[in-house]
Design a protein around this ligand. Structure first.
Ligand code: SAH
Ligand code: SF4
Length: 350
């Protein structure tokens, strides 16, 4: 059986044409799947039963065998999706602060992660497997359908490193942004990466219009080595060079994420290095106070709010565009870096 939700519109057209389906079918079926979000071919009542039966013999529409959800005290909703092989992942629905009709969905791309960043719960749970394009898309279609959402941003900032699952992630973005599907503008899609240089190079060619966020966390190479092991393979200067060539849409900036850790990356030397590094980029610095979680095995603490304020004021005064992100969802382990589906009870059992 072919996993139909993993197919781009062109791939679907190829398969259907090869099997002698009418020329217009691929668009019709793609649209029922990705715009009307059907879960069963029998919901496509405009297609004759015999054709629907034929489709059922070729394709399956993947879903999740178990879904759980939990609401945080700041209105974020965390979802746990369990797939056929019992692998489970998490996604988060986050309401926008100033516009109640707009939401951000944070999706996972892998069950676990190989990158082992010092502070991250997903990194600590180890790596289970890549998600398929349909499993990435499923997170969005389920949440959009359940809440009848129309206005969404998608951030690839959940479990896993998106650029370590390149093909499936790219496919999922192509499908989500297809005009015959959910038609989510690429400008509303952000991919966050720890900095895998060859994949950033490919991304420039394949999807130049999406927003990119780099998990920076230190502007000092040696320090970044300690926080993020990937920096030993792709050091800071190589990552920054590669980002320089990223074609930015009008008025867009590259986001640099910076988890602030007390005494580790919030000192005078860090501030100055950061200013120097960002001064030649069209950038936006997103400071995230470290979220503590139960899988943390090092003794680190978030910087104080006074420290964050002082740090960000210094950079702002020098012309850096800085935002401080108070992660939503920390009461239910749904904030940045807290997603993990082993090692602790992610969901309350009732
Ligand atoms: N793998 C990708 C995307 C997922 S992580 C990446 O690393 O960019 C999403 C963001 O959460 C990253 O910026 C990551 O560094 C940050 N993060 C990880 N652990 C965190 C923690 N304990 N507290 C705050 N942010 C964290
Ligand atoms: Fe993986 Fe990102 Fe977590 Fe690092 S911060 S371990 S790259 S999910």
């Amino acid at each position: 059986m072919i996993d139909i939700l993993s197919l781009t519109k062109d791939e679907l057209r190829g398969i259907l044409e090869e099997r002698g389906f009418k020329k217009y079918r691929y668009k019709q079926i793609f649209s029922f799947l990705h715009k009307h979000l059907i879960d069963d071919f029998d919901e496509i009542t405009v297609i004759k039963k015999s054709v629907r039966e034929e489709l059922k013999g070729i394709f399956c529409i993947k879903d999740s065998k178990n879904v759980q959800e939990e609401l945080s005290n700041d209105n974020a909703v965390k979802y746990l999706f369990e797939f056929d092989d019992s692998v489970s992942i998490e996604s988060v629905l986050i309401p926008m602060k100033d516009d109640k009709s707009r939401f951000t969905i944070c999706v996972s791309t892998q069950a676990g992660c190989k990158m082992g960043c010092l502070f991250c719960a997903t990194g600590k749970m180890g790596f289970k497997r890549n998600l398929t394009a349909s499993e990435i898309i499923f997170q969005i279609r389920y949440i959009v359908k359940k809440h009848h959402l129309e206005n969404i941003n998608v951030v690839y900032m959940g479990m896993g490193e998106p650029l370590d699952n390149y093909e499936n992630v790219i496919k999922s973005i192509k499908i989500l942004s297809d005009e015959d599907g959910l038609n989510i503008s690429k400008r509303k899609i952000t991919l966050s990466t720890c900095g895998i240089v060859p994949s950033i190079e490919r991304l420039k060619q394949d999807l130049p219009n999406i927003n990119i966020a780099l998990s920076l966390h230190s502007a000092i190479n040696k320090k970044r080595d300690l926080l993020m092991p990937i920096n030993k393979t792709y050091p800071l200067d190589a990552v920054m060079r590669s980002l320089k060539g990223f074609p930015l849409p009008h008025r867009k900036r590259i986001t640099f994420e910076y988890v602030m850790i007390k005494g580790v990356n919030d000192t005078e030397e860090d501030k100055k290095a950061l200013l120097k590094l960002l001064s030649t980029y069209k950038s936006k610095l997103n400071i995230i106070p470290l979220n503590k979680h139960q899988l943390m095995d090092v003794d680190i603490e978030p910087s104080s709010s006074e420290k964050i304020e002082e740090f960000s004021r210094y950079l702002r005064e020098k012309g850096v565009f800085v935002t401080v992100r108070k992660s939503k969802g920390s009461s239910i382990n749904a904030a940045c870096g807290m997603l993990a589906t082993c090692g602790r009870s992610a969901f309350k059992t009732s």
